[in-house]
Design a protein around this ligand. Structure first.
Ligand code: NDP
Length: 279
């Protein structure tokens, strides 16, 4: 069975849209997301455009701050500080990656934790690991929503996460742990990736290597969630999971495109609304 991220993300955006309509009808201030983009990386421009489009769909306001690739770190930090202080802005997102001369960690730290819609700020990361109510990064939150959409009960199941980045692998692993799965995190030094993956009732793959996971690495009936976004030789978008060989073995599988990707943007809308409410 295919988990249709496009349809599920649409449902999430419609939930947000309905809430925003309620806010508007009560004559309250409309939530506002501010996206900062530095430079002209074509992939980043597509992501940013889609985020602004999604905000418009939900009825939220949005603000796009475009800065040249040569902008200084100080200038970027001072723009963030202005937005932190702006009472009309609820969420601030700085599109990554940033040019090499800018320290990403410094930039993430500079965003006010209460406007950190990406959930990357150290206080939100700490909150996640301490089990506090906090802003959860969009892609991991989207993965969980996909699992919820098939009403998958994670209790006692073996979950394997391939990839241990701060933005996907680690937070997904913590969210699965919170649902009482038994979680294994695999990475580039994992000795026998196939053997580890074959133990998985739920396999979440976030690596960035097209076709890394093949059908022989999947336990029959497993749920396979493919976070990867790669371009193949023909320039087509593809995941980390070899769909053709894995789909016949898996019980459930997400496609790329149309799986996790649209969920990330939908969960960003949820996070913006959350920041609005808590402010
Ligand atoms: P990173 O490059 O930060 O992390 C990749 C991880 O994969 C690392 O932990 C690395 O291990 C591990 N890895 C690399 N090679 C192997 C291997 N051969 N076997 C097992 N593990 C390996 O990537 P991200 O987490 O940022 O992104 C992962 C993928 O997800 C990318 O394709 C990215 O484009 C996509 N993505 C998609 C999003 C969406 O909205 N759909 C959002 C964010 C990311 P080690 O730590 O040992 O180096």
């Amino acid at each position: 069975m295919i988990i249709d991220g496009k349809a599920i993300s649409q449902a999430v955006k419609d939930e947000v849209k309905a809430e925003v309509a309620g806010i508007v009808s009560r004559g309250e201030r409309v939530p506002c997301l501010c996206v900062i983009i530095v430079g002209d990386n074509p992939a980043s421009q597509v992501y940013v455009r889609n985020k602004i489009k999604a905000a418009a769909y939900t009825g939220m306001e949005s603000k796009l701050v475009e800065l040249p690739a040569a902008v200084s770190e100080d200038e970027l930090l001072s723009q963030i500080s202005v937005l932190n202080e702006d009472p009309a802005v609820d969420g601030i997102l700085v599109q990554l990656p940033l040019p090499k001369h800018i320290d990403e960690e410094k930039v993430i730290d500079a965003i006010s934790a209460e406007k950190d819609v990406d959930g990357f700020h150290p206080s939100n990361v700490a909150g996640l690991w301490l089990g506090k109510d906090c802003i959860v990064p969009c892609t991991p939150a989207g993965v969980m929503r996909l699992l919820d959409s098939i009403e998958y009960d994670l209790r006692g199941k073996n979950a394997v996460v391939v990839g241990r980045s701060n933005i996907v692998g680690k937070p997904v692993a913590k969210l699965l742990l919170d649902r009482n799965a038994t979680v294994t995190i695999a990475h580039s030094r994992t000795a026998d990736l196939g053997a580890v993956c074959r133990q998985a009732d739920v396999l979440v793959v976030a690596v960035g290597k097209a076709g890394l996971i093949t059908g022989d690495m999947v336990k029959p009936g497993a749920v396979v969630i493919d976070v990867g976004m790669n371009r193949n030789a023909e320039g087509k978008l593809c995941g980390d999971v070899d769909f053709a060989s894995c789909a016949p073995v898996a019980g459930w599988i997400t496609p790329v495109p149309g799986g996790v990707g649209p969920m990330t943007i939908a969960m960003l809308m949820k996070n913006t609304l959350r920041c609005y409410r808590s402010r």
